[in-house]
Design a binder for this molecule. Structure first.
Ligand SMILES: [Zn+2]
Length: 69
């Protein structure tokens, strides 16, 4: 369960939000969801689903799920 949150980042704001699953920068709107007690930000519902159903069972929620290029 989660909710959409609009990000109002000013140009001087360096607090860039990245998706917890794919690691992409989230420019305008993030999906905020609590996963096993930890609040995570996602770029899409798909990423949340993949994170919860694929990443967490395999790697645990404490590991950043960013892809390695
Ligand atoms: Zn994502």
């Amino acid at each position: 369960m989660g909710y959409w949150e609009d990000l109002e980042l000013a140009w001087w704001d360096t607090n860039v939000v990245n998706c917890s699953f794919c690691g992409q920068m989230i420019p305008k709107r993030r999906w905020v969801s609590e996963v096993e007690g930890e609040v995570r930000s996602f770029c899409s519902l798909d990423c949340e689903e993949l994170y919860v159903n694929y990443w967490v069972p395999k790697h645990g929620h404490g590991v950043p799920a960013r892809k390695v290029d």
